[in-house]
Design a protein around this ligand. Structure first.
Ligand code: XIL
Length: 470
């Protein structure tokens, strides 16, 4: 890895404004004591993380491209060159030219490599697409073995299996020729990869697995938990993180990363891009960095390309550099967040969860008010070793034009995510007031509900509730 060259900005700035004594003192005091990283890789290295990009072999001859890539990033993923169609265009004839070009560029510049991807339903060579049954299973295993052996010792982590889960509400596997060879195809691929390159970390990589409450996220989580329980060799989970307005960065991203990490795997953001521009794009990028920094086992972030014009979704301008190679607002927000660091919550080991609440507190309250009356009822949701979900159902006892409900948790509990409402918080952080995000009008007997996640810190007590109607 490149040793980060740190810029001592404090010294430079003080010198630059030394003619203006008062200002100089103010500026110097406002600066952080530690030197800040002036590139993404240097800033990420401050917390022991990497910052990577996808590289296309065909663009390495573009000087602007390769100089930005070399300056800013210290983890390299081949955008297409190590995929199945590229590396085995004819069965048992392997083709490593472009993949090798990227690996040797990376390594000669002191960078590490993420291998992408050994087994996937997409970008299969033509000969494989129509195969099935044991011949396909064997061809897949041979591919994993050959490619992982070729790159043995040169790859930090492999995406062994990519995108094997279905979108939508099923939480199950995606149908594919590989899946039809039997549900154990994923673990077979991981075992073959471990045998071929015992030094590489082995990852499962997917998209739409960022929001903790999505079925697909839960499906992958359950698979990883099962693999760890049965000793299937898996070391990491990659979150592709392709975001746009229809699929924004979820507010519970850190929850997702932390829960996966608690299974005993590293987590990595592997293909980050966020469509948009300006400050809204910058803020979303900042949120992703913050989520990763808050999880000690989130070991690095890779963006899926260098400039907007290099992106597979170029029209969405989703990257950190514009088409001319200028740093965008998103770049600055990522760099600043990396330099600011984050509160890292150490990953706890999974413990068994109680099946019911040990000390239930009252579940309903109905303070009558002049404007109308409502009842708030608490119901338990999912529970994990470090957090639980709750739902509050608001019932209108009379016709009401709006409502608000307070949810009080007890220290060390903390509400870390909410949905279906607009929350505000008191200064202690223990009392959340939830208001409807749209109209709060309900006629007598009607109900609505909102939900939240409580990080419990060992205290499983139910929150207490109030409901006020107007
Ligand atoms: C994309 C590449 O960026 C494109 O150049 C190619 O045409 C299609 O694949 N998930 C993945 C990546 O795991 O391999 C995909 O990369 C983007 C989605």
């Amino acid at each position: 890895m490149t040793t980060p060259r740190l810029t001592h900005r404090r010294g430079r700035l003080v010198a630059a404004v030394s003619g203006l004594a008062v200002t100089a003192v103010t500026v110097a005091l406002a600066l952080p004591a530690a030197a800040a990283g002036s590139t993404l890789q240097a800033a990420a290295s401050e917390s022991g993380r990497y910052f990577g990009t996808a590289i296309a072999a065909s663009r390495l001859s573009d000087g602007t491209y390769s100089s930005i890539a070399n300056r800013e990033f210290n983890m390299i993923t081949a955008e297409n060159e190590m995929k199945m169609d590229a590396t085995e265009p004819n069965q048992n004839q392997f083709s490593y030219g472009n993949g090798d070009r990227i690996v040797s560029w990376a390594r000669s510049n002191g960078k590490q490599v993420r291998g992408h991807a050994l087994a996937w339903h997409s970008q299969q060579p033509g000969w494989m697409q129509n195969m099935s049954g044991s011949s396909l299973r064997n061809a897949m295993l041979n591919h994993v073995t050959q490619v992982a052996t070729h790159y043995k010792g040169q790859v930090y982590a492999w995406d062994v299996v990519n995108e094997a889960f279905a979108d939508g509400s099923s939480g199950g596997r995606r149908d594919s020729n590989l899946q039809r060879t039997g549900n154990d195809w994923i673990e077979a691929a991981f075992r073959a990869a471990r045998a071929a390159d015992p030094g590489a970390k082995l990852c499962y990589n997917d998209y739409n697995t960022d929001n903790w409450s999505h079925a697909k996220t839960q499906g992958v989580y359950n698979m990883v938990r099962d693999f760890k329980a049965r000793g299937v060799p898996i070391d990491c989970v990659g979150f592709q993180a392709h975001f746009n307005s229809g699929n924004p960065v979820p507010s519970n991203y850190d929850v997702t990363l932390r829960n996966f990490a608690a299974l005993g795997v590293d987590v990595q953001i592997t293909e980050l891009d966020i469509e948009g521009s300006g400050s809204s794009q910058a803020q979303q990028y900042q949120g992703v960095v913050q989520a990763c920094l808050s999880v000690s086992r989130c070991t690095g972030i890779t963006v899926w390309g260098v400039r907007d014009s290099d992106s597979w979704r170029a029209s969405g301008t989703p990257l950190l550099f514009d088409g001319s190679g200028n740093k965008k607002a998103a770049y600055t927000s990522v760099l600043n967040q990396l330099n600011a660091g984050g509160t890292t919550t150490p990953t706890s080991n999974p413990t068994s969860n109680p099946t019911s609440n040990p000390t239930p507190s009252p579940t309903t309250t109905t303070p009558p008010t002049s404007g109308g009356s409502c009842t708030a009822t608490y119901s338990e949701g999912q529970k994990w070793n470090d957090r639980f979900n709750g739902t509050v159902t608001i019932r209108a006892n009379t016709n009401i034009s709006s409502w608000q409900s307070t949810v009080t948790v007890r220290s060390p509990q903390k509400i870390i995510a909410t949905w279906n409402g607009s929350p505000t918080w008191d200064s202690s952080g223990n009392v959340m007031t939830m208001r409807p995000s749209g109209s709060g009008a309900l006629s007598a007997g009607q109900t609505t509900s909102f939900g939240f996640t409580v990080q419990h810190g060992g205290n499983w007590t139910w929150p207490s509730l109030t409901c006020t109607a107007s």
